[in-house]
Design a protein around this ligand. Structure first.
Ligand SMILES: NC(=O)c1ccc[n+]([C@@H]2O[C@H](COP(=O)([O-])OP(=O)(O)OC[C@H]3O[C@@H](n4cnc5c(N)ncnc54)[C@H](OP(=O)(O)O)[C@@H]3O)[C@@H](O)[C@H]2O)c1
Length: 162
């Protein structure tokens, strides 16, 4: 089973210059809590923007570049989504962590979305794809802490496919 996890601005922006634009400590903590012990699936650019292999998570990285390789037992590079069949069909939760191209590519196979909805517009070059809200039900909604370490207002919203 695939779940998306993303933090997005109110204008759907998710990144700029292959980086995150905001720093929200509580959101990063939540990302770690939700994804630790699970498989995380991402595009090559997002993998590069992480800058390291995240501990206690198996990484699947999509890349068409046959020369792209990472020597790490917790990283697998795949050239297309046919390699994700078992991850789509099983009952375990696997996280699609971005970026924009991979959210769009895998959205049809995703059952759940954990979206951090930031109540502010940002300028950027990468957006979360359009979502047909008729296909989704909100199952959880909770405001995140707003303080000096979390300088924007934001809400954690969980969507499940109807
Ligand atoms: N706010 C958030 O929660 C969040 C989360 C993640 C990322 N981001 C942001 O999103 C941005 C990156 O997103 P992006 O869309 O530019 O890049 P991306 O989706 O991370 O990576 C794109 C790369 O994935 C590979 N790829 C894409 N489709 C493929 C397919 N069908 N088959 C095989 N490989 C495929 C290609 O790699 P090759 O070029 O190697 O072939 C492509 O260049 C950054 O700014 C990042 O900070 C934000």
């Amino acid at each position: 089973m695939l779940s998306i996890i993303v933090a997005k601005a109110s204008n759907n922006i998710i990144g700029k210059d292959n980086k995150l634009i905001w720093h929200i400590a509580d959101d990063l903590k939540r990302f770690k809590k939700l994804t630790t012990g699970h498989t995380i699936i991402m595009g090559r650019k997002t993998f590069e923007s992480l800058g390291r292999v995240l501990p206690n998570r198996y990484h699947i990285v999509l890349s068409r570049n046959k020369d792209f390789s990472i020597e790490n037992e917790n990283v697998k590079i795949i050239p297309d989504i046919s390699f994700l069949d078992e991850y789509i069909k099983d009952n375990e939760e696997h996280f699609v962590i971005g970026g924009a191209s991979i959210y769009k590519l895998l959205m049809p196979y995703v059952q759940k979305m954990y979206i951090t909805e930031i109540e502010k517009e940002f300028e950027g070059d990468t957006s979360f794809p359009e979502v047909n809200m008729e296909e989704w039900t909100i199952t959880e909604k909770e405001e995140g802490p707003y303080d000096e370490k979390n300088e924007f207002k934001y809400t954690y919203v969980t969507y499940e496919r109807k």
